[in-house]
Design a protein around this ligand. Structure first.
Ligand SMILES: Cc1cc2nc3c(=O)[nH]c(=O)nc-3n(C[C@H](O)[C@H](O)[C@H](O)COP(=O)(O)O)c2cc1C
Length: 185
């Protein structure tokens, strides 16, 4: 356990010492680092507006409520998706399998440049009009229920209009310490 001000000799994967992090406390760097230490699944939040499909990779997803059925995604102020979800009032959350790492990279705009994120990506359109990525483990199709501006992100709460299930024997794509991971057998 770390106690503020206590000297520690431990190093993380990037060679940062615990002490350095304590000294800087709540810096951007420390916030990014600690966010990465919460292992998560990986989703792609998709939407459609004015004939245009859009999506972005999102790990800041959470199921919120069963009754009514609500989920949320946090979308950064830099992301063009923020404006498009706000305008469309719909979004879907696609839960990625460990065979879809390339889609995570594509929708995070890290993969080799393609004209459109959806180019060559199989999808179908759900009830709200949001695109669903084929081969996802499962998906939520949502109508925007609430929007909360929160610092450098916006929290989009969606009321779930439909859910779908793919091959649930697929293993989830995980993200931890800035790396993809998978579940072991
Ligand atoms: C594993 C992973 C998780 C991510 N999670 C989020 C997230 O929760 N919220 C977010 O705004 N961006 C997240 N990003 C970054 C966005 O996917 C990225 O900035 C994207 O290019 C934004 O797309 P847009 O500007 O075309 O809308 C994540 C990226 C990766 C690789």
């Amino acid at each position: 356990m770390l106690i503020e001000g206590e000297a520690k000799a431990g190093k993380d994967l990037e060679g940062n010492t615990d002490q350095a992090v304590e000294a800087n406390s709540v810096t951007d760097k420390a916030m990014r680092r600690i966010r990465g230490l919460f292992a998560s699944g990986v989703t792609v939040a998709t939407t459609a507006h004015a004939g245009r499909l859009h999506g972005l990779t999102v790990s800041a997803f959470s199921a919120v409520s069963l009754d009514p059925p609500l989920v949320l995604v946090c979308v950064g102020n830099e992301a063009t998706a923020q404006e498009i979800i706000t305008a469309s009032g719909i979004f879907a959350v696609n839960i990625l399998s460990d065979e879809q790492e390339f889609l995570s990279e594509r929708f995070a705009a890290r993969a080799p440049i393609v004209n459109e994120k959806f180019e060559g990506v199989p999808y179908h359109i759900a009830a709200t009009g949001a695109p669903i990525l084929e081969e996802s483990i499962a998906w939520y199709d949502c109508r925007l229920a609430a929007t909360y501006a929160s610092g450098d992100h916006v929290i989009f709460v969606g009321k779930v209009a439909a859910v779908g299930f793919g091959d649930e024997s697929r293993r989830p794509l995980l993200y931890f310490a800035n790396r993809y991971a998978g579940l072991e057998e």
